[in-house]
Design a protein around this ligand. Structure first.
Ligand code: 5AD
Ligand code: SF4
Length: 480
């Protein structure tokens, strides 16, 4: 356990250990020496700034990076003043890539003015050889590039970076190793994401994730449970179990274990109040899981169940391995078994070959399932995926289809969410409202947000709130 490794008493005269995480703790201690030298020279601690793009996995990875930065002596601050700027990138859709290039362009002048400052890039985009090539040629001022498989080596890379002028690139093609017990700095004291597995084996034909995150690897249940226990002892009341496809958790373990069974074990941890998880692939969602959710006191009444498209023909081309009818039957079963559950989804519009009639099928699914919320994306062509080689849909058609889907989502969600009006439900208070400091924002078990009068002292507490006014995807309410 990392608390038990005393970074101040590591013998730095010895060569670095070969075992992990000991090796990284050795480099953390080495980095601390570098930071002391910085402090002596500049009379202050160095400042680091991490910008995170993309999903919850990346958010969790950034917490790991921040944990190491803080342990070695960095303070976390704003980009303009930072001695070390890090972009944790996403490549699921091209617009995230473009944003990173935009930000890098802006950083050119910053680097010219402060040549001592360092810039690092990591995350999914860096697993693409063409991206590395582009950065080498167009943004040669970047100091460090590393990928998703060797994130745990961050302390070692940080150490290697000092005193170097050339670009340090360390990207691995893939690895089975999962390194446990490195420091993590949580964004919220009362809730936390927890990786239960890494990678994806599904190869949906549009998706780049299996190429950049590698094959599925599950963490040992005991490591996960220990992490949850430790978090709960540290004040966490809500956990989010993270994986690209949590429903296939545990299949590749030495002693295979189903996701439903893992949930039963997590449920037993005293002091933990709420359990969430993301993401569920419909093809792997078991009756056992529905049963566990139904019986559970702690598993939140929310299931994110990406449908992607409503047309069985398109679903087949997407390699999703279910039909429209199978998906609808599953959604109906879940709603029947757990009546107060909120269902949310992801939808892609404009997949190659998708016609206006196909989009009608998607709209039909939205109307029938009545999602509480849906994330709608325009298809983005990802180099190297099978769909990239298929015939693409003209932009104007995609735009028109997208607008229709979005309108349907908005109107059905509003109707569905408004069903909770007048109910009293428990909300975990997450923060003071961004726009109105007299209000706080809480999350209901079903993932719907509610804003109500309160102050910062409520943050982290679960309180009863009356849901007074429905505003589409969220509520205004008051404490009861
Ligand atoms: N284009 C558009 N959306 C995509 N997603 C994944 N790949 C693509 C792509 N190439 C969406 C899917 C997935 C979500 C995380 O991102 O809907 O569920
Ligand atoms: Fe991508 Fe499909 Fe894996 Fe999700 S399940 S990460 S959409 S390949």
């Amino acid at each position: 356990m990392y608390q038990e490794i005393d970074v101040d008493h590591i013998n730095l005269e010895l060569p670095p250990p070969l075992d992990e995480p000991d090796r990284q703790y050795y480099y953390i201690a080495k980095c601390r020496e570098q930071i002391s030298a910085f402090r002596e020279k500049n009379g202050r601690n160095p400042i680091a700034c991490i910008t995170t793009f993309g999903c919850q996995m990346n958010a969790r990875d950034s917490e790991k990076l921040e944990g190491i930065l803080k342990t070695v002596g960095y303070e976390i601050g704003e980009e303009e003043s930072a001695d070390f700027v890090i972009f944790n990138t996403c490549t699921v859709r091209d617009n995230a890539n473009q944003r990173v290039y935009g930000r890098l362009g802006e950083l050119k002048g910053y680097k010219r003015k402060h040549p001592d400052r360092k810039i690092a890039l990591c995350g999914c985009m860096m697993q693409e050889p063409s991206v590395i090539e582009k950065i080498r040629t167009s943004y040669p001022f970047v100091d460090l590039i590393f990928g998703t498989h060797n994130l745990y080596k961050f302390a070692e890379l940080l150490y290697a970076l000092q005193g170097r002028d050339d670009m340090l690139i360390d990207v691995w093609e893939g690895t089975d190793s999962i390194v446990e017990d490195l420091p993590v700095e949580r964004k919220y004291p009362f809730k936390s994401g927890i990786n239960i597995m890494f990678g994806c084996n599904n190869f949906c034909s549009y998706c780049i994730v299996p190429y950049v995150r590698g094959r599925e690897r599950s963490r040992e249940p005991e490591d996960i449970l220990e992490e949850v226990r430790r978090l709960v002892a540290d004040g966490v009341v809500e956990v989010m179990l993270l994986g690209q496809n949590v429903n296939s958790y545990g299949r590749n373990l030495k002693h295979p274990m189903s996701f439903a069974r893992l949930l039963r074990e997590v449920e037993k941890i005293e002091g933990l109040r709420r359990i969430r998880f993301m993401t569920s692939h419909p093809k792997d969602l078991s009756d056992e899981l529905i049963q566990v959710m139904k019986e559970s006191e702690k598993i939140c009444r929310h299931l994110h169940l990406p449908v992607q498209a409503g047309s069985s023909r398109i679903l087949e081309a997407m390699n999703r391995r279910y039909t429209k009818e199978q998906y609808l039957a599953l959604a109906e079963k879940i709603r029947r078994e757990i009546p107060d559950i909120a269902l949310t989804t992801d939808i892609i519009v404009g997949f190659p070959g998708e016609t206006a009639e196909d989009v009608e099928e998607t709209i039909d699914v939205i109307r029938r399932v009545q999602y509480e919320n849906a994330f709608t994306f325009i298809y983005s062509r990802r180099t190297g995926t099978p769909a990239a080689a298929m015939e693409q849909v003209p932009e104007e058609l995609v735009k028109a289809n997208f607008d229709r889907v979005l309108k349907t989502v908005q109107s059905t969600a509003r109707e569905r969410v408004s069903r909770y009006r007048g109910r009293v439900m428990d909300a975990l208070v997450e923060e003071v409202n961004e726009n109105d400091p007299a209000l706080v924002t809480g999350r209901l078990s079903n993932n719907i947000l509610v804003h109500f009068p309160g102050d910062a002292s409520l943050i982290g507490q679960i309180v009863d709130v009356s849901l007074d006014e429905c505003h589409g995807f969220y509520y205004m309410g008051h404490r009861v």
